[in-house]
Design a protein. Structure first.
Length: 726
């Protein structure tokens, strides 16, 4: 299991997460962001309506959560340090208020229906007034408070529209009741105000429940860590008291509490919640395990390597939280619309009232049509469409072992037209074996292996590991190397036993001016068989070739099917590798790839990506090594294998937690589905308003129907996003 890295340091800055209460729509989001960005030292702020959470990047020297909370409060909302992700949505008070609103408004609705049907079910006016006033003043107080805060901040929000609309219906009814002649029954609209509040509370309750489900995957991840750990010495202690170096004992069926290295024992570990791998992974002494995974069988004794915020699980949670808190570029349009939405609706409602009144309608009818305009406007659907889809999409990806760094990467990934793969460790197992060792004239195979092992003693390259495995037995150990240098994309050099040695590609041999000589034909034959070659030579005291080493790496089991899946989706596939042309062509032929760029240096890989982009392709680069980092950064979307190096994962926008090329196609397909869901949500959010507001202004929708439509718009947008969880 490979550690998931933190993002590279970006100067003296810190990130602060705040839970925001009181937000109801996209206009609220814009207000909170503006307030936070005005705080001295704040470098950026993004607010998520679905999670009711703000992520603020602030200069470390001026980091002050209290000043951020004060700015949010001044804008009309409340802020506090973010609660743990394991906490689900709190719907208890909302459920109680909803039930009370239904019970109080139901008699009004029944009376209105009976009256419309010609039945004597109409409640006395004072009874209607009493019921509606309780709903308006008590259960509608939240809309007045939030609406007033918006007005005081010089803005508007959904609560202001609801408060104005229901107050107009309630006020008109109360005026008619108070001024009606004794013994007469005036026109009352109490049911409109009371039932509207009940319907809107129902919509907010359903919206809150549905939005809470979008974070289920994140809460499931955050809930994996056990609360206690059993020390090998005997006692069970709280996980907060475990420190690196502690020896921990894990028994069958238990969840592993820490990141650690197996010291003793063995067994199969279920890492599915971390990597998406359904099959248990065998662990033996020396293997690394991640906290949160489950020991299926056996007993493990572990040395603790990381706890708390430094564990793989904690880093995964932070990465997913970061992706869900970020905004894709498409959200900018929504933010611009939300900023002017409420003022525009107020203007339309005013024009509606004046227009109907000027056309000869009585004031009551004109006011009710204006109320319908206020009520049907739904800025909350606009604000929820993007974050709900992002949360559901990134959560679904995390369950499959696909970690998306930010929403921008997710949005770029949907348009990918070409995938460029590195070879070693990406399409192949990345564990090549030394298959051939041919000494040059005057050398022995033992000398070649001994000197090559000395050169590669401290290298992490897969070919170096293959040499060390071959040289591990029998002894003696290889001699020490001095002045070691890694030559990017070509090989290594060092001084061993007073001899300056090179080990690397034919390019490195040519640069040193050393001919392959009698081994040239053998090298050509091995290359044609798909072998990767490394030449061992000395440059002093006498420049000469010492020997030839050949390696073979096998394709990953799912690589061919992954390539076929991408091509069926209309996505082109290219192999870009620093390996020899023969080895690259052999792997490409086995996997069905017909475009190959071989013997490419790390900088050359980035140039290849830039050339493909210049041809109009939207390029995703898949790699795992340090030499892939420039290409990952140059691509539109970088996908790093989680089995690779930290540098590659720092650079990539998407990390694949297991070394399975099939995840590439899954990640791109999920990105397309998420982007499609975002566009669907925005379409329906705009459609509700574009169609509903004119209908309400024309008098074709009653306030009650408008309220139902407004509630359904938010619920339908979030429910559509929840389909991504499947």
């Amino acid at each position: 299991m490979t550690d998931l890295p933190e993002a590279p340091p970006a100067g003296a800055r810190t990130t602060i997460d705040l839970d925001i209460t009181g937000m109801t729509c996209g206009s609220c989001v814009a207000r909170v962001e503006r307030a936070l960005r005005r705080v001295p030292g704040v470098l950026g702020a993004e607010v998520n309506l679905a999670t009711r959470r703000a992520r603020v990047v602030q200069e470390q020297a001026s980091a002050d959560p209290a000043s951020l909370a004060a700015a949010v409060h001044k804008a009309g909302f409340d802020a506090r340090p973010a609660a743990p992700t394991t906490a689900g949505p709190e719907t208890g008070p909302e459920r109680f208020h909803l039930l009370a609103a239904i019970l109080l408004s139901a008699p009004l609705l029944v009376g209105m229906a009976g009256h419309a049907a010609g039945l004597p079910w109409m409640l006395p006016g004072w009874v209607q007034a009493a019921l509606a006033t309780v709903v308006q003043v008590w259960l509608g107080a939240r809309f007045y408070v939030a609406g007033w805060k918006a007005v005081r901040a010089g803005a508007g929000n959904m609560d202001l529209l609801v408060a104005l609309g229901t107050s107009a219906a309630w006020g008109l009814s109360s005026w008619n009741l108070l001024t009606a002649p004794a013994g007469s029954m005036p026109a009352l609209y109490y049911e409109s105000s009371a039932v509207l509040i009940a319907v809107i509370l129902l919509g907010k309750y359903l919206e809150s429940r549905a939005t809470g489900h979008t974070a289920d995957a994140l809460r499931a991840l955050a809930g994996l860590r056990p609360d206690t750990a059993r020390l090998a010495a005997g006692p069970t202690i709280p996980i907060s008291q475990v420190v690196p170096g502690d020896i921990v004992l894990v028994r069958p069926g238990e969840r592993i509490p820490v990141d650690g290295t197996v010291l003793d024992g063995g067994g199969d570990v279920d890492e599915s919640m971390l990597t998406g791998e359904s099959l248990p992974v065998p662990k033996e002494p020396g293997a690394r395990v991640a906290g949160g995974s489950v020991l299926s069988d056996g007993v493990l004794t572990l040395r603790t390597d990381a706890v708390g915020a430094e564990t793989v699980l904690a880093r995964i949670v932070r990465l997913v939280e970061g992706a869900q808190a970020s905004k894709p570029p498409i959200q900018r349009l929504v933010d611009r619309v939300s900023a002017v939405f409420v003022p525009a609706v107020l203007v339309v409602a005013g024009i509606t009232f004046l227009g109907w009144w000027a056309a000869g309608a009585d004031a009551a009818a004109a006011l009710l049509n204006a109320v319908s305009v206020l009520v049907i406007a739904c800025p909350c659907a606009l604000g929820l469409a993007t974050p709900a889809a992002i949360m559901a999409g990134t959560g679904a990806a995390a369950r499959r072992g696909i970690l998306i760094r930010d929403a921008a990467a997710l949005e770029r990934a949907h348009a990918v037209t070409l995938v460029a793969f590195d070879k070693t460790g990406t399409l192949t197992n990345g564990r090549p074996d030394l298959t051939d060792l041919i000494p040059a004239e005057g050398c022995t195979a033992g000398d070649v292996l001994r000197l090559a092992a000395a050169l590669q003693a401290n290298s992490e390259h897969p070919l170096a590991e293959a040499i060390r495995r071959r040289a591990a037995a029998p002894p003696p150990a290889p001699p020490p190397a001095q002045g070691f240098r890694a030559l990017a994309g070509r090989g290594v050099s060092a001084t061993v036993e007073a001899r300056t040695l090179l080990l690397g590609s034919r390019r490195l041999l040519d640069e040193a001016g050393i001919p392959a000589g009698a081994l040239a034909d053998t090298a050509a034959r091995l290359e044609s068989q798909g072998r990767t070659l490394a030449f061992l030579a000395e440059t002093s005291p006498t420049p000469r070739l010492l020997g030839l080493l050949a390696f073979a790496d096998t394709p990953r089991p799912t690589a061919r099917a992954a390539v076929a899946t991408l091509r069926r989706a209309g996505i082109a596939v290219v192999l870009i590798t620093g390996d020899s042309r023969g080895a690259a062509n052999a792997i490409a032929a086995a996997l069905g790839i017909d475009r190959v760029a071989a013997e490419i240096l790390p900088a050359g890989k980035a140039e290849q990506i830039a050339a493909l982009r210049a041809q109009g392709e939207v390029v995703a680069m898949v790699g795992d090594g340090i030499n892939d980092a420039p290409a990952l950064a140059a691509a539109d979307v970088g996908l790093a294998m989680g089995t690779g190096t930290d540098v590659a994962m720092h650079t990539a926008g998407i990390t694949l937690m297991r070394g399975d090329p099939a995840l590439v196609a899954q990640a791109l397909a999920l990105a397309r589905r998420t982007h499609r869901t975002i566009r669907q949500g925005l379409f329906w959010a705009f459609a509700y308003n574009v169609v509903g507001i004119p209908l309400a202004a024309l008098g074709w929708l009653s306030p009650l129907v408008a309220g139902v439509a407004m509630a359904l718009s938010s619920v339908s947008v979030v429910t559509n996003a929840l389909r991504l969880r499947k």
